[in-house]
Ligand binder design. Structure first.
Ligand SMILES: Cc1ncc(COP(=O)(O)O)c(C=O)c1O
Length: 451
């Protein structure tokens, strides 16, 4: 291992230097990967030198999500203390199902879950776990809602016409999860959003009434805190009122935006989150921990057990359920996704996490101001969001983003809202500065002239 750590250090140093010097990588056509890199898996062992060379070349040519020119996804940048935690959890290689195998890491995870629960403002004690991404924690929310509404579902399968609700702007995992959970994709009603991308609650209520009149069984509403394209926050208090009135489970998908709980300035965006029946937050998006770190919390502690526990005498041989989180997990073996969040949180404190969030909103303000004050741009998104959606002159956003990527200039994607397609810039990398954002626009403008 010691020798391989030396290899790691050599490659990591080269990568970090390359990130600084050359930014993002040029696209390599998939068809030419085989002839460009040494990808073969040989019959016999590979010499150390050839091994390191092959690995170095692959690493240096892999898309660089931590550079100042990567704006494509709802994650980006590297928080070194979080990477340190992640590297150590890989070395430790625990599995988070039992205290016997997880040891202090189980307490670290619990600590994170409890702190987040307090910050959300849940009025009663909550129970939670970490799963492999926001799609999966959203899935857990839907499954708990399903089983609470119809406790027989998990034994007998679908007996009644369950229907769930989510805004048209919500993440595609809701549709997939409806398929996985046996609810059925066609049984998710997509509620229109208002002009800012927030769920239209009047339409939500009238759709529920219509479904009840038609014999359907409404069971679940997904409210999004930070939509994928516009970064909009659904009105949680109003949605909760409707959920209470019709006895529906409210899941808050805060995979993207719920990190505002750390910011005194922006936590008002998620007002009402404490009313959720289940709540998702991803530390690997706005908070910059390595992928993935997705948390689900619920004040209905029994629901996590009811939906996810299973007896396994080969596994649960010691300690209480309380410290054997496998009993409330989607998975059996589970990575330690807690340590990287803990190392980041420990090093910067709760205030430091708030600063990360504030910096992202500051960068968003800088970008919006740039777009607003320049007549060559059209802005489509709104304040209080870290998604800045715009078009430049009459350049096709699809063409612009794809060509920028192929040329290795910038990595940014496009999105769509109410029939309008645009470039979607996300200021989710808090390591960036105002100058980096201005540089983004300059690179884009210069490149656009060449198209
Ligand atoms: C609002 C929202 N929910 C859920 C997800 C899914 O999260 P993950 O990529 O961790 O599965 C995303 C991803 O972008 C998202 O934007």
């Amino acid at each position: 291992m010691t020798r391989d750590l030396e290899v790691f250090n050599r490659i990591a140093e080269k990568l970090i230097r390359a990130e600084k010097e050359t930014g993002v990588v040029k696209q390599i056509p998939f068809e030419s990967l085989k002839s460009t890199f040494d990808l073969d898996l040989p019959e016999d062992s590979t010499q150390e030198e050839a091994f390191e060379k092959a690995l170095t070349e692959l690493v240096l040519n892999t898309p660089r999500t931590s550079t100042k020119l990567f704006f494509n996804q709802l994650f980006g940048g590297r928080k070194s203390k979080a990477s340190l935690g992640e590297l150590l959890s890989v070395l430790l290689n625990n599995s988070m199902y039992t205290y016997k195998v997880g040891g202090p890491m189980i307490a670290i995870e619990k600590n994170i879950l409890n702190k987040i629960s307090d910050l959300v403002g849940f009025k009663s004690e909550t129970l939670g776990t970490i799963a492999s991404g926001g799609s999966m924690t959203n899935y857990m929310g839907m499954v708990m809602a399903r089983d609470k509404y119809d406790p027989d579902f998990r034994y007998k399968g679908r007996q009644v016409n369950l229907v769930g609700y989510s805004s048209i702007e919500s993440h595609y995992s809701i549709a997939k999860n409806a398929a996985f959970s046996g609810v059925g994709r066609d049984n998710i009603r997509y509620i229109q959003s208002d002009e800012h991308g927030k769920m239209n609650v009047k339409e939500l209520e009238s759709q529920i009434q219509q479904d009840l009149a038609n014999g359907y069984r409404p069971f679940f509403v997904n409210a999004t805190a930070g939509t994928t394209v516009m970064g909009a926050f659904d009105p949680l208090i109003k949605i909760s009122e409707i959920c209470k009135q019709y006895d529906l489970w409210m899941h808050v998908d805060g995979a993207y935006g719920a990190s505002v709980i750390f910011s005194d300035k922006y936590k008002h965006l998620i007002e009402g989150a404490h009313l959720a029946d289940s709540f998702t937050i991803n530390a690997h998006k706005m908070l910059g921990t390595p992928i993935t770190c997705s948390i689900i919390l619920t004040p209905h502690k029994n629901c996590l057990y009811d939906s996810f526990s299973n007896e396994a005498s080969y596994l649960y041989q010691s300690d209480d359920n309380d410290i054997n989180p496998g009993k409330i997990s989607l998975q059996c073996g589970r990575r330690n996704d807690a340590l990287k969040f803990w190392t980041l949180w420990k090093s910067v404190g709760t205030k430091g996490l708030g600063d990360i969030v504030d910096q992202e909103f500051h960068l968003a303000d800088v970008a919006r101001e740039y777009v607003r004050s320049n007549p060559d741009y059209t802005l489509y998104s709104f304040d209080n969001s870290i998604n800045i959606c715009f078009n430049y002159k009459s350049v096709s956003p699809e063409k612009l983003c794809n060509k920028l990527y192929e040329a290795g200039k910038l990595v940014v994607g496009y999105g769509k809202f109410k029939d309008q397609t645009f470039v979607r810039l996300v200021t989710v990398n808090s390591n960036n500065t105002k100058e980096d954002l201005i540089h983004f626009f300059k690179v884009l403008e210069e490149f656009a002239e060449t198209l």
